[in-house]
Design a protein around this ligand. Structure first.
Ligand code: NAP
Length: 483
């Protein structure tokens, strides 16, 4: 294989097993004849420890901005308190909105699904949803996380999924959502999918509820080809699909944006096995192959994929795989892959890998313009220890001569006032819904400010949400149990 001229890429070795597996992948890339000009940068645990709350230093941001390509080891995220995930920061900073996570049945990698010939790609929205990271403690005992989904974000991920399917000669795209429950957020992805699918008439487009998708993946995974889904659904489903094909040690991923692409294994830093030279480097080697395809080195990418599969065909296995004989080390596995470069595997069929179009980043503020819009009321969230009946009567009294009237009260989404027969578990977090007393009238900000002033005399409110109508459609959900 001939050596090519160096392409610039940023490399973050990462935490835990990261440095070991990234080093193995870079050795394989070099042995495949690709000379990369590597900008080695830091992010993750060591950076958090130095007091940088983002876990991503400016030099790393500058490098990725320059090169546009990042090969990244896993980064540890301090759980629970304060600091944000450095992974999420990198994905969001560079607007890598699409996370492509392919898995395939691999020879010699034993799972209950080894004979199913699986070849599934999860296309996960990567920057919105619950991972927007907008969280508040609304009362000392009740937390809220905003699930932000935009029409533009949905259109981009759906287009990416269809473009990817076309480029790889795939036949079916499923869209997995929880639109039956979250009609506005998850439903937005379903609507975008149904609107865009006709532009790709050669591809079968199917919507599936995400819980059924998980069930079907366990029962009959071979029916799936490409699955496009929201961020958290995709996070979970892609760990599931990697489990079907051998585990986290085998699953690569590409975070795709219009200017930057980040390639990494799906797995994390696996601190329990770090520093022992026993981690499986397959996932990051496959991720590096995806990176090579992205930077215009498709032959080297293919050669590496064939060499990895040949290695499995020869029965070589790391500790996380079932197999006979002594498992090989991280470095030993990379040595075997390097020795197999140039060989063609027999068990995994070649797949097309055409260039796929990535929806561009629009520089202006994206917006859906309704023909008509109006405010029809407001939800005011209050912290209270009163029982629903007492709270309802108190609120009715406070707004008795106001232009807005109380339409109902809900507790964690269930209607509790006017009082209901059913016994509902209550917390100190009520949603009071107000609409115009005159009926069907628009509500203005002066009315809402007057409402808050009245409530604040005797109640503690912590959150207000306008109730809007766009194009005559209610742009808010009802409570469970509300007519
Ligand atoms: P994890 O690091 O993926 O590890 C879970 C388990 O999977 C490990 O304990 C190990 O199991 C096995 N495993 C994972 N990768 C392996 C490999 N290459 N070879 C062999 N076995 C492998 O998940 P976690 O323990 O939940 O997360 C640890 C840290 O990683 C956390 O700080 C988390 O935030 C971070 N994380 C980072 C990323 C990322 O950078 N993209 C992704 C996920 C998690 P055994 O016990 O069987 O050895």
């Amino acid at each position: 294989m001939s050596a090519s001229t160096g392409k610039h890429v940023t490399v973050i070795p990462g935490d835990g097993i990261g440095p070991e597996v990234v080093k193995a992948a870079l050795r394989v890339v070099e042995a495949a004849g690709i000379k990369l000009q590597i900008d080695e940068c830091e992010a993750g645990a060591r950076v958090f420890a130095k007091g940088n709350a983002t876990g991503v230093p400016q030099e790393t941001i500058d490098s990725v901005t320059r090169t546009g390509v990042l090969l990244k080891g896993p980064l540890e995220t301090p759980i629970g308190y304060g600091a944000k995930s450095a992974n999420v920061t990198l994905r969001k900073l560079f607007e890598t909105f699409g996370n492509i996570r392919p898995v395939r049945t691999l020879p010699g990698v034993k799972t209950p699904y080894s004979d199913r010939n699986l070849d599934i790609v999860i296309v996960r929205e990567n920057v919105e949803d619950l991972y927007s990271g907008v969280e508040h403690m609304q009362t000392p005992g009740v937390a809220q996380c905003l699930k932000l989904i935009s029409r533009n974000g949905c259109e981009k991920i759906v287009r990416l999924a269809f473009e990817f399917a076309v480029a790889e000669g795939r036949g079916v795209v499923h869209c997995a959502t929880k639109a039956n429950i979250m009609k506005l957020t998850e439903g937005m992805l379903q609507h975008a999918f149904e609107d865009i699918a006709p532009e790709y008439p050669k591809i079968q487009a199917k919507h599936i509820l995400v819980d059924n998708c998980a069930h079907q993946l366990a029962m009959r995974p071979e029916q799936f080809d490409v699955i496009v889904t929201t961020n958290m659904n995709g996070d979970i489903l892609s760990d599931l699909t990697s489990g079907l094909t051998g585990g986290l040690g085998f699953a690569p991923s590409a975070n795709i944006g219009s200017r930057v692409a980040i390639f990494e294994a799906v797995h994390g830093s696996a601190p329990d096995i770090a520093g022992q030279n026993i981690a499986n480097p397959t996932a990051i080697i496959f991720s590096a192959a995806m990176m090579l395809r992205h930077i215009g080195e498709p032959q080297a990418a293919s050669a590496i994929e064939h060499a990895v599969v040949c290695t499995f065909e020869q029965g070589v296995h790391t500790r996380d795989m079932l197999g006979t004989g002594t498992p090989t080390s991280t470095t030993g596995f990379a040595d075997e892959v390097i020795a197999n470069l140039g060989k063609r595997c027999i068990h995994v069929a070649e797949r097309e890998h055409g260039h796929f179009k990535v929806p561009p980043l629009v520089e202006s503020v994206e917006r859906v313009e309704p023909k008509s819009r109006r405010v029809v009321g407001a939800d005011v969230f209050v912290e209270s220890l009163l029982m629903p009946g007492e709270l309802g009567r108190k609120v009715e009294g406070l707004v008795a001569d106001s232009s807005l009237k109380l339409a109902g009260i809900a507790n964690r989404g269930t209607a509790v006032y006017p009082e209901v027969e059913a016994k509902v578990g209550l917390v100190d977090h009520y949603r009071c819904r107000f609409v115009s007393r005159a009926g069907g009238k628009d509500v203005d900000d002066a009315q809402l400010l007057d409402l808050l002033q009245r409530l604040t005399t005797e109640l503690r409110w912590m959150h207000v949400e306008k109730l809007q109508e766009f194009d005559g459609e209610e742009a808010f959900s009802k409570s469970a149990g509300q007519a």
